[in-house]
Design a protein around this ligand. Sequence first.
Ligand SMILES: NC(=O)N[C@H]1NC(=O)NC1=O
Ligand SMILES: [Zn+2]
Ligand SMILES: [Zn+2]
Length: 446
Amino acid sequence: MFDLIVRGGQVVTPQGVQRLDLGVEGGVLYAVSPDLAGTARQEVDASGLHVLPGGVDVHVHFNEPGRADWEGLQTGSSALLAGGGTTFADMPLNSDPPLLDRATFAAKLAAAGRASHADFALWGGLTPVNLEHLPELAEAGVLGFKAFMSGSGIREFPAAHGDVLHEGMRAAAALGLPVAVHAESDALTAQLQAALDGPGASWREYLQSRPVRAELDAIREALVLARETGCRLHVVHVSSGEGAALIAQARAEGVDVTAETCPHYLSFTEDDLLRVGAALKCAPPLRSAQVRDELWAAVLDGRIDTVGSDHSPCSPDLKTAPNPFRVWGGVAGVQSTLQAMLTHGEERGLTLPRLTQLLSSAPARRFRLAGKGELTAGMDADFALVDVEARAELRREALLNRWPQTSPYLGGTYRGQVREVWLRGERVFAQGQVLGAARGRLVRPA
Ligand SMILES: NC(=O)N[C@H]1NC(=O)NC1=O
Ligand SMILES: [Zn+2]
Ligand SMILES: [Zn+2]
């Protein structure tokens, strides 16, 4: 007798897609097999639906404590569930104060324990002002350390240049934790911005201020440091196939490095930014159709390892400045990752096993989130029931993030409808609504 049996769904595992039943006991997958014998206190009929491992989004900014007016843990985690996610890793900024030491770790842990509907891990910062706190952050249980190689937009979270990044990577290597880098060259982007920012600056100038070569310069520098220090490196939001190629080449040479990209770089181009404006401002910026296609090729051939949302929203008033350089940069997309990938992946031949690898198993493995990311016996019973072929327009009422009107995906027609989401064997999302109290737990890296 199980707690729960989910019958008849098309279950997506790394091996393929197969009609399987899930037997759940104590929140854990006990058996995953065809025509599971036995009974359960609760049986769920998943026929006609796909069963996907819950999404593991290791790149979100939910901004609590301190900036819940931009996004909060309750709204952010609700939107994650609505998009088929069950675990997130929160970035150390843009919460205020940012997560830079033991006390700020404790504050965010307390806030997330109260408000998160999904399980969560926490990134610590790697900045010039907190190098001496990396060991205590490791002890507290951070997933790893996040560094900005160019300005972060947050005064309390300064960029880690040269020696600081080198020292931080050395410390991270000794602690056995990865470093994630926002890789854009500060020297180049600052110089270009100084020349292009001014009265009458348009989105064209913003795009010109952050070219692909700014990303390539910074990736090269980070790879040199990772090679030298032996640090595990994760390059976040890679926006170009060339960037992915540099990373893949270093990996082939023995550097322990992985690459992430985001759905917005795979869904939109710079022409969309010129048309839509602020909702699509991000850094690195959107690229040409050709660069986007090269990035897709890297996603399909394995040079890109993970896809995270980089959900980095703000209140709508921060998206209205007439000068694009003054607009907050960040895309509000945490709920749309799965739909964007199902929709744009269809025409490019992205299979469901590969999709769930990018969204679930690869990030869980890379960051040692034990029990997460795969539907095999022994793992947490975290999964989404998805009608993969259902297509619908994304409407504002469906979005559960703090400011649905800031989503650049609004009004688009997307493939895939998330019907239910289960976290550790309990139904936490159904019929467009989050169910029950916040019961998210901290996941420390194994
Ligand atoms: N501070 C912050 O979240 N910045 C993010 N926004 C964005 O578009 N790229 C980033 O790194
Ligand atoms: Zn970034
Ligand atoms: Zn980010």
